[in-house]
Write a protein that binds this ligand. Structure first.
Ligand code: BGC
Length: 353
């Protein structure tokens, strides 16, 4: 009913081998992940009439992930993102009176952990098999001062597929010096399985009464606004197209959605549905926020799976996390991790018809 297999996915320029792990539930849900970047590479789910399709963007082999045009784009396809997902205002933060600066990797911004974030690290791996689940646990030690962040941080990211076909991603971390942490997974979903298509025909629902408006740099302004009477109101299932084409200034600023939603609860936090195929993705998370990114900056510079070049709105990212720039926003939940504490987080992805 549940199986796990592994094979070589490619070799890094350093000569280190990269392994792809494939977790399979009854040939109904198939998930592949690799140790480079603790990256989620494939996610097969059934549609109507049992049609299996891969619904996450990615590449057919490791070489795809190493293409210069892709690496220079910093678009994090399927990556584990850390230490801090999103942006940090002024590219610095202060902890116990000490100011730490973090390097800029995209223009004037430090994004998703910096120049060489967790998405570009080779993680250690361990396979776990039980009667009711199969899993791969990835481990990485982020050294003190890496990308400007304090503390040696030990991080575990575990992808687990259970006997109901549910995929969960667990995060755990400990530090030897006060630091900050806000990881996420950056999978790009398109439930049609055809990545030449955009996600504008998908129907989206988020259990969120409020969202975080952003400035021209994509940084949360610190305000928390009601979604009511805005194109960010997805409290009822809503087709994406008109929302993405809305003339609302917050949509115009980034050419789509690139905003955090303030989740009301961890029950069915978000739901994505593709009417033609019948595929539905349900997301539950313990995190307070969901950064929704509709692939606004995807450009067809690089070649993805099956030779497809991914264009604007080819997919949607559902990044469960604390709010971006929380360290500089006193009203947002804290992302500080102290010595002796354990960071824990969990998100579950369920694909159904
Ligand atoms: C960010 C976007 C960014 C994208 C790719 C998203 O999580 O919010 O602003 O362009 O990731 O890096």
């Amino acid at each position: 009913m549940l199986s796990i297999q592994q094979r070589m996915f490619g070799t890094l320029p350093s000569g280190q081998e990269v392994t792809l792990f494939t977790l399979n539930f009854r040939d109904q849900v198939i998930v592949s992940v690799m140790d480079f970047g603790a990256t989620w590479t494939h996610f097969y789910g059934k549609g109507r009439e049992g049609k299996l399709a891969d619904v996450v963007l990615g590449f057919d082999d490791l070489e795809g992930y190493l293409q210069e045009d892709y690496q220079n784009n910093y678009c994090y396809i399927g990556s584990t993102v850390g230490r801090i997902a999103g942006r940090i205002k002024g590219n610095q933060f202060t902890l116990d009176g000490v100011t730490y600066s973090v390097p800029l990797n995209t223009g004037t911004i430090h994004l998703h952990g910096g120049m060489e974030g967790w998405d570009r690290k080779l993680w250690q791996s361990k396979v776990l098999e039980q009667s009711d689940l199969v899993a791969v646990e990835f481990y990485y030690r982020s050294p003190d001062g890496e990308e400007g962040y304090p503390g040696n941080l030990d991080v575990w990211v575990t992808y687990e597929l259970n006997d109901k076909g549910e995929l969960s991603i667990h995060y755990k971390a400990t530090t030897d010096k006060k630091t900050i942490i806000n990881p996420t997974n950056h999978a790009y979903f398109n439930l049609s399985g055809d990545f030449n298509e955009t996600i504008s025909d998908h129907i989206f629902k988020v259990d969120a009464d409020a969202f975080l408006p952003i400035d021209a740099q994509g940084m949360p302004t610190g305000e928390i606004l009601k979604v009511e009477s805005t194109p960010f109101d997805f409290r009822k299932p809503t087709i994406l197209k008109p929302q993405l084409e809305s003339d609302h200034s917050q949509i115009g600023l980034v050419g789509g959605i690139d905003h955090s939603f303030v989740l009301n609860s961890s029950e069915n936090s978000a739901e994505l549905y593709h009417p033609t195929s019948g595929r539905r993705l349900i997301v539950h998370t313990v995190e307070p926020g969901l950064q929704v990114y509709t692939g606004n900056s995807l450009r067809s510079d690089f070649v993805g799976k099956k030779g497809v070049r991914y264009g604007k709105h080819a997919a949607i990212c559902l990044e469960t996390q604390h709010f971006p720039d929380a360290i500089n926003q006193p009203s947002f939940d804290s992302v500080v991790l102290d010595v002796g504490e354990e960071f824990q987080s969990k998100t579950v992805f369920v694909i159904t018809v």
